[in-house]
Design a protein around this ligand. Structure first.
Ligand code: E4P
Length: 219
């Protein structure tokens, strides 16, 4: 299972990279705005800076919503660095652009997936990744994990190579649930990734080991 971090914050990306378990980064226009990154040139430079930190898989989202615009923006983003994956929204024009990018060998992440039907279409168009947003479904009292399960079943039925990138993850339990279902990738905030480390029995056990060692050593 691949781990991506869902942020545009360079310090958090570095911290996750230093953990040694990071496979990529997802950003979106809201995450860029949260970091105060505005203006085309700054946004481009920010993507380049992210590519310097991680080994691969930097999702960069297009802003255009028409086919020509998506293709133009996506090609420019892909040309920045071979690590870039062009993030395209699940709309009709986006679907056509994904097909085009796929024919050109440009990797894509089809974002804002909220139904198995949308994931099936994106896979048929040749998306590298589909991003079902499970947390946002949970937020409206709809089981986001069922969506991941349904997409897994459909992709396995037909052997689609498109990878399921579980997005909008809210915490460590979401990550574990996605792993049990067989999502290929999760993208999560740093807190959800580091949350996987934690267990009170580990902390208590270590405290006892260290205390016993100190006592036995006469310290
Ligand atoms: C996916 O790539 C998105 O950036 C992200 O996971 C959205 O998550 P949110 O629902 O926490 O905004």
């Amino acid at each position: 299972m691949k781990f991506f971090i869902d942020t545009a914050n360079l310090n958090q990306i570095k911290e996750a990279q230093d953990l040694g378990v990071l496979d990529g980064v997802t950003t979106n226009p809201s995450l860029m705005a949260k970091e105060g990154i505005t203006g085309d040139e700054n946004i481009i430079n920010h993507y380049k800076a992210i590519c310097e930190i991680v080994d691969d898989n930097v999702s960069a989202e297009v802003i255009a919503t028409d086919y020509e615009g998506i293709v133009k923006e996506g090609e420019a983003l892909a040309a920045l660095n071979p690590k870039i994956v062009v993030k395209v929204p699940m709309i009709k024009e986006g679907l056509k652009a994904i097909k085009y990018f796929s024919s050109k060998g440009i990797r894509t992440n089809c974002t804002l997936i909220f139904s198995p039907a949308q994931a099936l279409l994106a896979a048929k168009a040749g998306a590298t990744y589909v991003s079902p947003f499970l947390g946002r479904l949970d937020d409206i009292s709809t089981d986001g994990l069922t969506l991941i399960e349904d997409i897994r079943l459909i992709f396995d039925n037909y052997g689609y190579e498109t990878q399921i990138l579980a997005a909008s993850i809210r915490g460590p339990l979401h990550i574990v649930a996605c792993a049990k279902i067989g999502a290929d990738v999760i993208t999560a905030p740093l807190s959800a990734i580091t949350g996987l480390l934690k267990h009170p029995l580990t902390d208590n056990g270590l405290a006892t080991f260290l205390a016993d060692h100190a006592k036995a050593s006469g310290k």
